[in-house]
Design a protein around this ligand. Structure first.
Ligand SMILES: [Zn+2]
Length: 128
């Protein structure tokens, strides 16, 4: 655990700064949480490095996003703007990509495939 991780976790009291999810709720959530560069690496200029805590979902959905006016925004407004971007992107992904698995979600829930042939075929490999 890096110092950045510990400081950022303490600063947010263990919550994702974007969606407010509690990152210490269970091990999986904790382990999927990230230290996020508020000012992304491509924009960073030494002094304004700022690490915040983000859940894995927000970290992934954010990518490198920064709003146009990021340089003139106070930190709390910047976090709100990024959170809004993440929320919109999340909604679009839920309605598009996740929703497209609705039938499988119902049919496959609690029913893992027991066909190793099928699992191998998916990846284009052949069995020895
Ligand atoms: Zn989050």
């Amino acid at each position: 655990m890096s110092n950045h991780f510990g400081s950022a976790m303490t600063a947010s009291h263990g919550h994702c700064v974007y969606c407010k999810r509690f990152l210490l709720a269970d091990f999986d959530t904790f382990w999927a949480s990230h230290e996020d560069h508020l000012y992304t690496r491509k924009h960073i200029k030494g002094a304004n490095e700022k690490i915040v805590m983000a859940c894995g979902v927000c970290n992934n959905l954010r990518g490198d996003y920064l709003p146009e006016a990021w340089e003139s925004m106070p930190e709390n407004e910047l976090i709100d703007a990024i959170a809004e971007f993440i929320a919109q992107r999340r909604k679009a992904k839920e309605q598009d990509e996740y929703a497209s698995w609705a039938v499988e979600k119902t049919e496959w829930a609690g029913n893992p495939s027991d066909s190793s042939d099928a699992l191998v075929a998916e990846h284009g490999a052949t069995k020895p």
